[in-house]
Design a binder for this molecule. Sequence first.
Ligand SMILES: Cc1cc2nc3c(=O)[nH]c(=O)nc-3n(C[C@H](O)[C@H](O)[C@H](O)COP(=O)(O)O)c2cc1C
Length: 360
Amino acid sequence: MEKDIFQRKDDHIKISINENINSRNTTWLECVRIVHNSLPEINLKDIDISMEFLGKLIKAPIIIGSLTGGTKLGSEINKKLAEAAEKFQIPLMVGSQRIQLEYPDISKNFASIRKSAPSIPIIANLGISQLIQMENFNPIDKIIHSIEADAIAIHLNPLQEIIQPEGETNFLNAKKKISQLNDYLKIPLIIKETGAGFSKNVSSNLINMDIKYLDVSGLGGTSFAAVEYSRAKKQNNHLKSIIGNTFLDWGIPTAASIIETRSVAKDSTIIIGSGGIRNGLEIVKSIAIGADISAIAQPFLKRAFNNSKEVESFIETLIFELKSSMFLIGCNKIKDLKKTEYVILPPLSIWLEKRVHKQR
Ligand SMILES: Cc1cc2nc3c(=O)[nH]c(=O)nc-3n(C[C@H](O)[C@H](O)[C@H](O)COP(=O)(O)O)c2cc1C
């Protein structure tokens, strides 16, 4: 029983590496068609993809998304991810630090992430269920301090909790706790989904609570229903495995979620476009339709499990794809991607017609 949380974390890693845990639904980014520019009038080598994020200069708009931490296997994976993030000067979001709350000794495993990546933005991570149960925010200070975090992400995962055999399904007071934490913190608070996306209503609620950073983590990549379906099946939990299968494609596709969130955002809102982002062109599309930066999770897990070279070569490919897309648009700087010309095709166009443009 005591070791349940360690087992669960390693189960998530192994299932994500060995099984197909992708939603059957796509991100709908394929519905975003960028208009090609045959006369770009720029030099590929002058394209600058650096930007400021969390008060630091980063070399590309790519965040290594939240995956794991704490267990022996999780720490080995995080070490490789942290070293690659430092080498390429891109941000890293660690996996949930809940394990640290229950086993304070585990803090040293998380602390070593900062040692491997002294200069990049590192984002701490905890689930909404743990936040709801907190009487005070001292534990939050501890997890932030352990990795000298530049920001903390609180993840919202109602889909996972409903299917996870040991899931925590009391979300009462979530908004109040988020607001209190936001007032308490001295570093930025990021609210993130975990693969089911934010609607404009949820984003608007969070923005009205003065949350500046939203990570939409939409549908189209990792499906936590699929991950928990697999765990439930292995545990012969018939009901939960049926539920996992039923909700495999539940959520708001990433492209729709980014556009919905941007439609209610303030100028100061920073949107992280994530959930099923798999190449540099999709990063560019995400930014063109309203995100400021992207995050990618599952593809990094498989590669870090194998070896550091695969992680590095993946980042190099993403960067080259990103610059190639910008060359084909005729765009020199990340911030200018917002002016990119694109056309939105069905089914995304139909969704937006109903939910964003006409507000029927
Ligand atoms: C094995 C695994 C573990 C994850 N653990 C966390 C976590 O601890 N905290 C969190 O906020 N998100 C977690 N996520 C969700 C990702 O950060 C991301 O939001 C989601 O997987 C969608 O992105 P992707 O399609 O690029 O994987 C996890 C994802 C995977 C695959």
